[in-house]
Each structure stands twice: as C-alpha cells, then as structure tokens.
Write a protein that binds this ligand. Structure first.
Ligand SMILES: Nc1nc2c(ncn2[C@@H]2O[C@H](COP(=O)(O)OP(=O)(O)O)[C@@H](O)[C@H]2O)c(=O)[nH]1
Ligand SMILES: [Mg+2]
Ligand SMILES: [Zn+2]
Length: 376
C-alpha cells in the first residue's frame, strides 16, 4: 500500500516543473533587421517569468483541497493512455495502472480529453500497482490534433516542441518544418528545430535555411546521431524540460534519444510496417522520463497533425516573418494570396520575406485551411 506522508516528495516533484516558459507572443519583438548568430539565439532571453506563476497554480490545485489528511493519495504523471486505462508514474517511482473516476469522465475537461499523457494527476492507490485517478491538474502547453473535426489533446504540460528533420534520407522538407513551427506558435509551445543526419550532407548546403530560421528567432540545432555531433548540446537542452517530439519517420528521433541516454534502448529504423503490427498501433503519445531530469514525449500523432482551429486569416500572424506586414495590406481581410496591394507580397518581392517561407504559407493555406474553397 502506498504511504500517507507525501508532502516532501510532492514539493520536489513540483520543482522540476518550475522552468520558465515562453511568453506566447515573444516573437512580436522580432525585427527584420535582427541578424542573430545561432549562439545568440540560444542564449537570448526569449522566455518570461509568466511560467512560474501559472505552474505554481497547477500545484495549488493538486494539494489544495484537503488532500493532505486523506490516506493513500499519490501525485503522479500520466505516461500514456490506453482506452480507459492510464499508466501513471507515481511520485514514489511506481507505475500504476489507473482507471479514471467516473465523475472525471463526464467532466468536459479541455474538450473531452479527460486525461492525457503528461497530465499531473492525483491518484488513490488500490494495490501496489493499481489505482484510481481522482483529479487532474490544469494543463499548460498542450499539443492537439483533429480527428473527425474534434480536438484531441496529444500531450499536456510540455515546454518544447522539438521539430526533428533530417538533412538527407529522408531529404529535408522545409514546408513540414514550417508547419510544425506554426503548430508550436499556435499551441504556445517553444519550438526548437533539429536537423539530424548532417553527416550525410555538406553543412554549407543547410546554411541558407538555418539562417532564415535563426533570423526569426528559432533555435536550430544541427546534429548527427551517427557521429555524435551536438548530442551533448541537445542533452543539455532537454535537461529538466518537458519536450514533445515531432518529425516524420526515419529522421532519427529514436537514434537521437538513444544517443542522449543510451539506457533508453529505443528501437531504431522502425518502418511504418512495424507500426501497424507493433506495440503502438495507435497515435497514443508516450512519456519517456529522462534520467537527467525532464521527459520526452514520443507523439506519433503529431505526424498527422492538423491545424485544428487556426483560421486562414490567422496564419500570417503566427509567422514571425510575415507578421510585421499584415496590417499594411490594402484589404483588412487580405489572405496575401491573390489580392492586390498586399504588403506581404510586396515584402517578398523586396526580399524582406524569404520567398520559400512565403511558398510554405501559400501551400499551408491552400492545402490545409481553405481546402476546396479557393477553387470555387
Ligand atoms: N547517417 C545517419 N543515419 C542516421 C542518423 N540518425 C539516425 N540514422 C539512421 O536513420 C534510420 C532511422 O532512425 P530512427 O532513429 O529509427 O528514426 P525515427 O523513425 O525518427 O525514430 C536508422 O537506420 C538510423 O541508423 C544520423 O545522424 N546519420
Ligand atoms: Mg523511432
Ligand atoms: Zn496581404
């Protein structure tokens, strides 16, 4: 049976999650003239003190309703959710298979995702391995996707979205990176771009792309899991952070994690066939605690991520390079596609906006958000 005296543990558990988070509108400070080096981007203060307050609130909720005198309550973190069962890593280090209290199921918490990977919960242990989730703390930094028009939260309480691409095999797809960046902006989660497999290309071929992202204030990290390049840097980045991974299959996500923490022993080179018969047939996210502190979320669902509630006219505002121009178009409802006297198209023509980024914008708008509308 779990014990009663949990206060101390609870306090130390809390500490891990007090990292400051990014102010969601930090990129507003961006000016087209700011040319920052990669190192500057990394070191610059792009976070605010907002996180500490909000995160503290999370814990007041966990412990603030007379839980302390009730026996056998344990706080924990949801590792994964499978149907009605959740695996929860308790503060005592035990993994509990948990059911969800009926009242929670019926509560409309964040649009039907009653409990998701990454949630901080309080559970009542029934046995040494089973328990019942009694409450879910308010969430920070959620990443969600849409399925049949409904929002599904994939992970909760994340600090970073680590967007992993590969320089080759598969070749780099900047439009996909842009799409994930938009996801991060929209979800208010700080993005970091990792370009792996740099051992397969001449690094100068990446310079232009990396330069554009760096100038937008996005942190970019060039890695090679194979050659152990920048692995220590990545490790330091993930230290004590809650990080969701995004990136297509084969770019080296598992390889990078294994390089950071060899003990993880994640399967490498898994192909999509494996997924169909393998352990994780669904898009269920899984939390992987790191020894160094912090955790990584393997989130297969992010691959099919859809921009669930972004309006077409919001997209430019979520792109830091387009944002400064959106209010200068002739039409207030300008979508910056075929309209005349469009400040964004002018800026592209003047070289103030990278034309590839603008192409990404157009593609995203036409393929994802407007669907067939434009053709009618
Ligand atoms: N050349 C090279 N190959 C890599 C690198 N990282 C991973 N790979 C290979 O890429 C394949 C896919 O890696 P994996 O980690 O399973 O990718 P995931 O699907 O994103 O998890 C495997 O064959 C790895 O050995 C790298 O930095 N350089
Ligand atoms: Mg993998
Ligand atoms: Zn316009």
């Amino acid at each position: 049976m779990a014990k009663n005296k949990r206060q101390k543990n609870r306090a130390s558990f809390k500490k891990k999650h007090q990292d400051r988070v990014r102010q969601s509108d930090f990129t507003r400070d961006f000016h087209a003239g700011d040319q920052e080096t990669l190192a500057d981007v990394d070191l610059s203060e792009r976070v605010s003190g907002k996180g500490e307050l909000t995160r503290k609130r999370t814990y007041v909720d966990l412990s603030g309703d007379n839980a302390s005198h009730l026996p056998d309550y344990i706080t924990g973190r949801v590792i994964s959710v499978h149907g009605l069962k959740s695996r929860v890593l308790g503060e005592d280090g035990v993994i509990y298979e948990c059911a969800l209290r009926q009242v929670l199921k019926s509560l409309n918490i964040d649009q039907r995702s009653a409990v998701v990977a990454g949630d901080h919960v309080r559970l009542r242990a029934a046995t040494s391995r089973d328990g019942m989730i009694e409450s879910v703390a308010p969430r920070q930094g959620i990443i969600s996707r849409t399925s049949r028009g409904q929002q599904h939260i994939l992970v909760a309480n994340v600090d970073y979205l680590l967007i992993i691409a590969s320089a080759a095999e598969p070749g780099i797809k900047p439009a996909l990176i842009d799409r994930f960046l938009l996801t991060a902006e929209h979800c208010g989660v700080k993005p970091v771009v990792v370009i792996n497999k740099t051992d397969l290309v001449n690094p100068t071929s990446l310079q232009q792309l990396v330069g554009v992202y760096a100038s937008l204030g996005y942190r970019v990290l060039l890695t090679s899991a194979e050659r152990n390049l920048n692995i220590e840097y990545l490790k330091a980045l993930l230290h004590n952070k809650q990080t969701a991974l995004a990136g297509q299959s084969g770019v080296g996500k598992s390889s990078l994690l294994n390089a950071i923490e060899p003990g993880l022993g994640l399967a490498v080179a898994s192909v999509s066939q494996d997924n169909e018969k393998g352990r994780h047939t669904t898009t269920a996210a899984q939390l992987i605690p790191l020894q160094s502190g912090g955790a990584v979320f393997d989130t297969p669902g992010i691959r099919q991520f859809q921009l669930w509630d972004i309006q077409a006219n919001e997209v430019a505002g979520l792109m830091p390079d387009l944002r400064p121009f959106v209010n200068s178009c002739r039409y207030t409802d300008c979508l910056h596609l075929n309209e005349d006297q469009c400040a964004i198209k002018d800026a592209v023509a003047d070289g103030k906006i990278d034309s590839r980024r603008y192409d990404s914008y157009c593609h995203l708008l036409e393929s994802d958000l407007l669907l067939g509308d434009l053709k009618n």
